[in-house]
Design a protein around this ligand. Sequence first.
Ligand SMILES: NC(=O)c1ccc[n+]([C@@H]2O[C@H](COP(=O)([O-])OP(=O)(O)OC[C@H]3O[C@@H](n4cnc5c(N)ncnc54)[C@H](OP(=O)(O)O)[C@@H]3O)[C@@H](O)[C@H]2O)c1
Length: 281
Amino acid sequence: MKVVMFGGNGLLGSDIIKVCSGEHEMIALGSADVDITNSEAVYNLIKAHKPDAVINSAALTDVDKCENNPDEAYRVNAMGPKNIAMACRDFNSRMIHISTDYVFDGKKDSPYDEFEQVAPVNIYGKSKVAGEQFVQMCAPKFMIIRTAWVFGTKRKHFVDYVIDSINKGEEVIAVKDMVSSPTYSLDLAELIKELLPLNEVGIFHGVNKGYCSRVQMVEEIMKVMNKQTRVQVLSQSQWKKPAARPVFSALKNYHLHLLDKDTMSGWRDALKRYIRFKYQG
Ligand SMILES: NC(=O)c1ccc[n+]([C@@H]2O[C@H](COP(=O)([O-])OP(=O)(O)OC[C@H]3O[C@@H](n4cnc5c(N)ncnc54)[C@H](OP(=O)(O)O)[C@@H]3O)[C@@H](O)[C@H]2O)c1
């Protein structure tokens, strides 16, 4: 398949490129190649390649930046996918769009499935919901894949922050009332490779199985590293940030389960593989 990939330089996008390149012709694009907020540029690009599929992993993912810059958040996270979805419709391409657990309000205490109501609590989540809606409205052959708490090699994230702090003997700040499903970008990229050729539509949750709080995640990282550091446990109300986070936004891969295609492993196994690969040779 010929696949155009927006967000090819990102944490998830770079692993999708790595994993899918052997099997598919991947055209990887960063923001310097095409700005997804530029509808004409997106249209011309898809017109030039006429790909079988387009993957959109480009987004403004800094939750606090989104809160302080709503116009930019809606431009990238809502209008960007809209531009891509309209071009996919016009050139008959499948569209795989990546979304987030932050579409939910986090008021439950068991993992969300794909058939539950969205109710975002911050601008990032609201702009991602708007993006999902445009994709469903415009791209007839769409798959929306929601994921959560992604870790991988391309850029720094919470797991790297904790490991850097452990290695420097510095204190780690961990918020206790933030719970979700940590997900290895490489595992999600493998899943997307399997889903790409399928003639499927709809919303899918794609996470490593299980869930934890940030505090439990720090404990697990220290266990795998076999090293300790001081942990300052805060609640969201003490951790002053511009954007509120959902308290419990763990996901369950229910749509994949119904199709017998949920191959994702547990988050502890995924975390261990990531740490072994990146930090323990
Ligand atoms: N990271 C997480 O924990 C997490 C959790 C849940 C869901 N997600 C979702 O997963 C997807 C991938 O996230 P990620 O963590 O891989 O993100 P990321 O590392 O921040 O990468 C996002 C990419 O988007 C590109 N981008 C930003 N604005 C753009 C624009 N106007 N035009 C074209 N490209 C633009 C950037 O390209 P350049 O680098 O070339 O500038 C960047 O590499 C997103 O949809 C995100 O909402 C992520």
